[in-house]
Design a protein around this ligand. Sequence first.
Ligand SMILES: NC(=O)c1ccc[n+]([C@@H]2O[C@H](COP(=O)([O-])OP(=O)(O)OC[C@H]3O[C@@H](n4cnc5c(N)ncnc54)[C@H](OP(=O)(O)O)[C@@H]3O)[C@@H](O)[C@H]2O)c1
Length: 267
Amino acid sequence: MAQHHKLGILGLGRMGKCLADGLSKQPSFRSSPILFSNRSATSGAKSNVELVQSCDVIVMAVKPQNVFEVLKEIGPHLGKGKTLISIVASISTSEIENGVAKGTAVIRAMPNTPALVGEGITALCSGKSSSQAQLKVAKEIFEAVGKVVLVDENQMDAVTGLSGCGPAYLYVILESLTDAGIKVGLPREVATQLASQTVLGAARMLQVTQRHPAALKDEVTTPAGCTIDGLLELEEGKLRVTLIKAVVQATKRAKALAKKANVEGAK
Ligand SMILES: NC(=O)c1ccc[n+]([C@@H]2O[C@H](COP(=O)([O-])OP(=O)(O)OC[C@H]3O[C@@H](n4cnc5c(N)ncnc54)[C@H](OP(=O)(O)O)[C@@H]3O)[C@@H](O)[C@H]2O)c1
């Protein structure tokens, strides 16, 4: 990130900490320490207002139900020259803009926890007052911990359902594949290594070759071989429809949380 920017993270829970840890491993963020604030007295933490006053780029990483109390507190201390990046699920840029001083650049981001190991993916969208330069700064922050895609704001709940929640779905798949390895006689450590590298390798194949997953699957599936027997079991177990329904339900939940937070914020 450009030297002259001072970055603060407001809310040091799972995701805030994950970002702070991920960014602190990156050389470009080491020169200027990242400041943070939290509700509980975490050592080294600033107050929310001190954080906003000391930083020009603030990542807000609190739960949706805490957003409006936080905005009441920090809103008047923001304004032109400040960029507020919200990673909060379900709260729109216009709702955030309504709670902060005029001119504040508001950007929404939906990262995921593999950011901790530099393999996250973050979707970004801009609010109405953010410039291309401010969006670029947001891009740099999240590119330091993985990949970045730009989306329309109306796609953010879908992103939440797919990549925001996605690591959890894949951990279930990884746990199951590992258990499967144990069932067929492999030691746990070996099964874990085989399962995790297979998932990683398949994902990389998709990214590097840019071929359709069905074509890549067909290449593994030889006539009357073993893979087709495994695939038949997956079809019978409705793996595809189950994964699709998981993303659909999580997306619906993200939309419902938005409505709930709106009602509570308006109180
Ligand atoms: N977890 C994920 O995979 C993920 C992925 C993408 C986006 N997100 C989004 O990231 C946000 C945070 O999620 P999380 O899982 O990290 O939640 P979390 O672990 O509960 O962390 C929330 C943090 O916010 C702090 N906080 C609450 N009210 C505050 C206030 N008034 N002032 C300062 N700090 C305050 C909490 O402090 P205390 O601990 O002291 O209460 C806590 O450290 C959510 O909006 C979520 O939608 C999460």
